[in-house]
Design a protein around this ligand. Structure first.
Ligand SMILES: [Zn+2]
Length: 233
C-alpha cells in the first residue's frame, strides 16, 4: 500500500468511525430510556384506577339507595299505621317521606349514570389492555433489534479502533500531522481526488509537476486551491 493509499484508507475508516460512533450514542441513549414504556403503562393504570373508583362509587350509590328506600318504607309505614295521630307529627312524617323519595330518585339517577360509566370504562380498559399488550410486544421487538445493532456497532468500532492504531503506526508523523490538521479544519475530509489535473473538491487545476507526484502516490502533495492531500481518483 502506498503512502497515499494508506491515508485514503485511514480517512475512510475515520469517516466510518464518525458515523458509527454517532449512531452508537443514539442507540445507547434509546436503550437506556424506558420512559415511553413507563408512560404507556402509567396511562393504562390511570384508566384502571378510574374504573375502580367508578365501581366504588356505584357500590356506594347502590347501598345508599337501598338504605334511603328502606327508610322511606319505614316512614310510610309509620305514617299510615294509625299510631301517629298528632297533626304536627303527621306533617313532619309527610315532609320526611317527600324528602326521602326525592333523595331516592336522585340516587337512582346517579346509580344508573354510574352503571353506564362503569360499562363504558370497562370496554375502554379492555381495549386499552389489548393496545398496551401490542405496545409491549412492539417495544420488546424494537429493543431486541436495537440491542443487536448496539452489539454490532460496538464490535465494529472496536475493530476500527485497532485498524486505525495499526495504520497510524505505519504512517510517518509529518503526513499524519497534516492529515489530522486537514481533517479538523476541512469538515473531516483531508483528501481530495485529482482527475484530469483538476482537484475534484475545489475544481482548481494543478501544475503538471504536482500531477506526476500524485500519480506516483508515494509523497504527500496538497491542492493549490483547497490545500487537501491529492490522490489519483
Ligand atoms: Zn482542491
Amino acid at each position: 500500500m502506498s503512502l497515499i493509499d494508506m491515508l485514503q484508507h485511514l480517512q475512510s475508516i475515520d469517516q466510518e468511525w464518525d458515523l458509527k460512533a454517532q449512531r452508537y450514542q443514539v442507540v445507547s441513549a434509546h436503550l437506556g430510556d424506558q420512559s415511553p414504556l413507563e408512560e404507556r403503562r402509567r396511562s393504562h393504570q390511570a384508566l384502571a384506577d378510574e374504573l375502580a373508583a367508578m365501581r366504588h362509587r356505584l357500590r356506594d350509590g347502590e347501598l345508599e339507595f337501598t338504605s334511603v328506600q328502606e327508610r322511606a318504607r319505614e316512614t310510610e309505614h309509620a305514617l299510615y299505621s294509625g299510631r301517629v295521630t298528632s297533626p304536627k307529627e303527621l306533617e313532619n312524617l309527610h315532609r320526611d317521606l317527600d324528602g326521602l323519595r326525592r333523595r331516592a330518585t336522585a340516587l337512582e339517577d346517579a346509580v344508573l349514570e354510574a352503571m353506564a360509566r362503569v360499562e363504558e370504562l370497562t370496554d375502554e380498559a379492555e381495549r386499552d389492555a389489548a393496545a398496551l399488550q401490542a405496545f409491549e410486544e412492539d417495544w420488546a421487538r424494537e429493543r431486541g433489534a436495537l440491542l443487536e445493532e448496539y452489539r454490532a456497532l460496538r464490535t465494529r468500532l472496536k475493530a476500527i479502533q485497532d485498524e486505525r492504531a495499526q495504520l497510524r503506526a505505519q504512517l510517518d508523523s509529518a503526513a499524519l500531522r497534516l492529515y489530522d490538521e486537514l481533517r479538523a479544519k476541512k469538515g473531516g475530509q483531508a483528501l481530495s481526488p485529482l482527475r484530469d489535473r483538476i482537484c475534484q473538491t475545489c475544481r482548481v487545476t494543478q501544475p503538471s509537476h504536482k500531477v506526476q507526484v500524485v500519480t506516483a502516490g508515494n509523497q504527500v502533495v496538497t491542492c493549490e486551491g483547497c490545500g487537501r492531500i491529492l490522490y489519483q481518483g
